[in-house]
Design a protein around this ligand. Sequence first.
Ligand SMILES: Cc1cc2nc3c(=O)[nH]c(=O)nc-3n(C[C@H](O)[C@H](O)[C@H](O)COP(=O)(O)OP(=O)(O)OC[C@H]3O[C@@H](n4cnc5c(N)ncnc54)[C@H](O)[C@@H]3O)c2cc1C
Length: 439
Amino acid sequence: MAYIQIVIVGAGIAGLATAISISQKAKHEILILESSPVLTEAGAGVQINASASRLLSNWGLKEHFEAVATRPDFLEIRRYADNELLGLIPSNVKRYSERVRGSPHWLVHRVDYQRILADAAIANGVKIRFGQKVANIDIENVKIMLADGSTVRADLIIGADGIHSRVRRSIPALTEYVPRKTENFCYRALIPRENMMHNAATRSLIDIRNQQAWAGQDTHIVAYPIANGKLYNMVMMVPNQGEAPLAKYNEPGDVVEMRKVFKDYNDTVKAVLDAVDSCAKWTIAELPPLPTWSSENGRVVLVGDACHAMSPHAASGATASLEDAEILGLCLATWQNVEDLPRASTEYEHLRKPRCERVQEISRENGTTFSMPDGPAQRARDQAFRAQRIALEKQLAEDAPLVVPEEDMTKQYPHPSVVQWLVGHNITEEAQAYLRRRS
Ligand SMILES: Cc1cc2nc3c(=O)[nH]c(=O)nc-3n(C[C@H](O)[C@H](O)[C@H](O)COP(=O)(O)OP(=O)(O)OC[C@H]3O[C@@H](n4cnc5c(N)ncnc54)[C@H](O)[C@@H]3O)c2cc1C
């Protein structure tokens, strides 16, 4: 068997996960080119839902993540003005996520996430070269031109270079597709534990280890503890007014301005905001659905935010990147020769694109659900949240057997059927069955 040479552009979550998945399923040679001089994930939190934790566990990384992850019982959905508990989405209470969705729900620090993936990739024989900025791709000759003037040849180039992807722009059918502004900009803050300890309400938020979503008028906040309770992570969504950089995650924001935006929120939120020392601020961007995720010759293919960057309201972009990694790995293990690469790319795209496009839509819809102005629609939403919470609390109190909801991607989040489709669906089994039929 002639194994192929694969070059992955980008050592973010998508690039590293793709390297791990491929290296575990086939013996191809893998090199990652990363423009930064070192690993550079943002200092912030990330949710690893059951779909992602299932894949990470299958790749042998469960213990590594369990060592650094927070395991919340619930996502608590609260009203912005008075902190009323409206809804409860179960995560690990009574092992809910494992029993219903097949795997746990974790909250982690991005820096830990990237470090664990990088260590695993290297342990699997993947080479990573830092400080290698890709300037262009010669698709016909499958050649990478670096900013320093050198070139690298490959059999397959995988673009995992994020929302502003250079690799994507080198594919003729995709040159016109650029990130577009969404209706939101976002503040992000990471609060040290000691700042949360001065006030009983903030102390309890970092200690109870649940996630919070405060649904406000045109704004909302998602927050949770990470790094074994050493840090409290907050993401605050605001309607897009004024200028903030597009999808640049580390641009500094103004803390005083941020507090003013949330002045109508309850005292608990205000106390948390008072504990913030610094924040980042940027305009949330997404990609429109693309006509293709690969070059016509099948030798350049995209994964992660490079092909499906989405707004963060479903906390699913990194999960989707892991799913890409899993499926591309399965395709490249099924079709291992250079001449079969167009087939592998086509089947990968067939398996991934429709699901990702619906996840992008759900992310967009959620932005609206959690940011409704006061009025009848908001009251109806809150009533639905309350009814769902009461039913869940009854089920948990009675210790009734947990019912696995039907998967239905057409429902509106947080309907249990769409949550089940989003995080409970076993994409590996689905892809394996499909690939058996097709190969
Ligand atoms: C506020 C917010 C909260 C989020 N929360 C969640 C969540 O809770 N759960 C979840 O699943 N997802 C979440 N996401 C989405 C998730 O962060 C992204 O989908 C994911 O990190 C994308 O990873 P990536 O590897 O595709 O891209 P990136 O992280 O952007 O990585 C791209 C890599 O490529 C490198 N690179 C770029 N250009 C070049 C070049 N020319 N040459 C060489 N290297 C290059 C970069 O340096 C970088 O290392 C959130 C997103 C935001 C904005």
